[in-house]
Design a protein around this ligand. Structure first.
Ligand SMILES: [Ca+2]
Ligand SMILES: [Ca+2]
Ligand SMILES: [Ca+2]
Length: 228
């Protein structure tokens, strides 16, 4: 006869053994690739952020990860993400409004940024991605960041945890978006917002669809060799 306490302990051990890990496997492959934050006639309901999963193999559950905007810090507005981003896929969060002027986004997660995303200017603002379980986005180190504006006066941190460099030196961007144009993290201003597509304008980098570093390198090499 197995003692009851032994059976209970075994059950708990088995439960622990088979419980799925809380950590978001592969979240480091997810990057902010475009932000639309300044809409003609008023921003409320038209703003969005595009994420891209650069993994060629992993679909990544974003649930619980935090998209945060600043601001004096990244606590200006926060959104708890909910959904899965497929490998090489995009995830557009924001809205709820979709019209040609904001790029006609199809939202994977519809949520109205509240307060609205800051608009850059002389004092830079930023958008940052934090891992699930982050307790305080004002002190945590983000996974990925874009900082836009003239000067990072408030010292918004980048992925190192220290004050980041400005990625997009924009003063105003009404009707425009800021877009990541290389895998390594070069950003530019885009005149036609492009939610749901990732484009690399730098010919040294992969076009959309080839999304991982491996693919980027393969494509660049292949382009040189004329094999792809
Ligand atoms: Ca809003
Ligand atoms: Ca805004
Ligand atoms: Ca895009």
């Amino acid at each position: 006869m197995v003692p009851r306490w032994y059976a209970k302990l075994s059950y708990l051990l088995i439960l622990c053994w088979f419980s799925p890990a809380v950590a978001q496997v592969g979240i480091e492959n997810v990057h902010i690739t475009e932000v639309y934050f300044c809409h003609p006639g008023g921003d409320d309901g038209y703003e969005w952020v595009e994420l891209t999963n650069f993994s060629e193999t992993l679909s990544i559950d974003l649930t619980g990860a935090i998209l945060a905007t600043g601001g004096f810090d990244y606590g200006w507005s926060t959104i708890v993400l909910d959904g899965v981003i497929p490998s090489c896929g995009r995830f557009v969060v924001g809205g709820p409004f979709s019209e040609p002027a904001n790029g006609s986004p199809a939202f994977q997660q519809t949520v109205n940024f509240d307060p609205d995303i800051q608009n850059g200017g002389p004092v830079a603002d930023g958008v940052a991605l934090f891992a699930a379980g982050t307790v305080d986005v004002t002190v945590a180190t983000p996974l990925d960041v874009v900082i836009y504006g003239e000067q990072n006066t408030w010292g918004l941190p980048d992925e190192t945890g220290s004050a980041g460099d400005v990625d997009v030196p924009t003063v105003t961007a009404t009707g425009l978006s800021i877009e990541r144009v290389t895998f390594l993290g070069t950003w530019d201003i885009r005149s036609a917002p492009d939610p749901g597509e990732t484009r690399f304008s730098d010919p040294e980098n992969a076009p959309m669809g080839q999304c991982s570093a491996v693919a980027v390198l393969r494509h660049s090499w292949g382009a040189v060799k004329g094999r792809f």
